[in-house]
Structure formats: C-alpha cells, structure tokens
Design a protein around this ligand. Structure first.
Ligand SMILES: [Zn+2]
Length: 253
C-alpha cells in the first residue's frame, strides 16, 4: 500500500512505496539479473530524518485518478493523480527531468480536468487500408481522398460526449478511440453515393461495415490535462467576507 506523506512545513511530499525499503538495483547492466549490484538505501528514513519535528499529514491517493501526458512506456514524463487530506483536495504532479533521475512529487492545491481538444478521422490509416484492401478493383487516389474528406467533414458536428468509447489499447493515455454513431454512419453511407457507384459502392459499403467498430474508421479524440490550481490565500489577510477561491488555469501542453 502506497503512503503519501506531506511535510506541511516545507511543502514537500514523500511517496512511501513497498519498494522504498528494498535495495535499488542498478539497471544499467542488462541481464543476467543476478549479477546486478543492489544499492542499500532507505529513502523513507532519510525523509523522516530531514523533516524531524515538522508538521506532517498523511494524504490519501484517489484510486483511478492517474493521468499522464505521454506514452505509458515513456520514462521521462509528467503524470498527475489526485490526493486528499480529508478536508482539501490536491493534485500531485509526478515527474523526473532526466531518465536517471529519481521521481519527484509536487503538491498542487486544486484539481485537474481532461478536455477534448480535437476529434479526428484517422486519415493516413484509412488511406493505407483502402489501398491494401481494394486490390481487385483499386480505387483512384482522388476517390480515396474524397472519402477521407467526406468522413472528416461529417464528423465536424459530432460531439465526443455522445460517442461510445472503444476499449482499444492506446499507447498514449490522452488519445482515446470512439465508434462513429448511427447518424454519422447513415450520412457517410448516403454521401458515398456521390463518390462511388455500382460495384465500387458495394465494396466501400463493406469496407465501412468491417472497420467502423474496431478498425481504421474509429474516431480519435485527443485530450489535454488542465490543472486548476486554487490560489493560496495569504493567511495574514483577514477578510470579513468569505474569500472567493480564485481559480488559476495552468495549461499543460
Ligand atoms: Zn519538512
């Protein structure tokens, strides 16, 4: 069980994981694992020594609140998760500057939100898939372009909140895939008549049917993490009216 400790005096965080008291292995050497040299350490003890006599509090980490801005496999990135001391909510910013650096944790009073910044068709993937599949009666470059443009045009009015999310494995936590809705499907099929006729139309109709639920016709939504920081109220300033909490929006690219 992870334990998050906040030194209020220094405004510093320490995340106590079950691994902290285990020796850290030097991963610079590849296999065999047995030959790596453990480095003895106890980070928790060091933290408690450094902050002896300070005001401390335990924070509870909110489950399923982890988000990060880069691929899961990327070691150098910024991640966020929510934590609370029971009275106030916080966002913890977890990061490291270089690959060899230890992870650092910064406490931000406030919350974060995820905002959808774009919804797109997977243009390149659709093009490639159409070329790959239509071998018997290849579609012209122009017609493929027209199809991609048509699909992109139709989804301009689609709202992501009305779409069904696909449990597709995405390597990026801020890229989420959705199925097109029935209205979009209907418009797409109907308007395809302007581009394709006869056999071509039947082939394209089949193509749409086979890729709409889990293939290249899924829509890709890109999200952005926005951290909303509560401005720290100066304790010296005593107001007769309850101070309104001003929110500062910090944008993270
Ligand atoms: Zn301290």
């Amino acid at each position: 069980m992870n334990q998050l400790i906040h030194c209020i005096t220094c405004d510093t965080l320490f995340l106590k994981t079950p691994f902290d008291q285990e020796p850290e292995y030097d991963h610079t050497a590849p296999l065999p694992f047995v030959s790596t040299q453990p480095i003895e350490r106890d980070d928790f003890e060091d933290f408690m020594k450094d902050h002896h006599g300070h005001r401390m509090e335990d924070l509870t980490i909110l489950e399923d609140s982890f988000v990060s801005e880069k691929d899961y496999a990327e070691p150098v990135k910024v991640s966020y998760f929510r934590a609370t001391n029971g009275k106030e909510n916080f966002v913890v910013r977890k990061f490291r500057e270089r690959i060899g650096d230890p992870l650092r944790y910064e406490l931000i009073a406030g919350d974060y939100s995820l905002t959808c910044v774009s919804l797109d068709v997977q243009a390149r993937e659709i093009e490639k898939q159409m070329v790959r599949e239509f071998t018997e009666h290849p579609l012209s470059r122009n017609k493929i372009d027209s199809f991609v443009r048509l699909y992109g045009h139709i989804i301009k009015t689609v709202e992501v909140k009305n779409l069904e999310r696909v449990p597709e494995e995405s390597s990026n936590p801020l890229a989420v895939y959705y199925k097109m809705d029935d209205v979009t499907l209907m418009y797409l099929l109907r308007n395809c008549h302007h581009i394709f006729q006869g056999q071509e139309y039947s082939d394209v109709e089949k193509f749409i049917g086979s890729h709409k639920d889990d293939g290249v016709l899924l829509l890709k939504a890109t999200y952005k993490i926005q951290v909303l920081e509560r401005r720290k109220v100066e304790k010296k300033i005593v107001s007769s009216t309850p101070a309104l909490e001003r929110k500062k929006v910090k944008e993270i690219g």
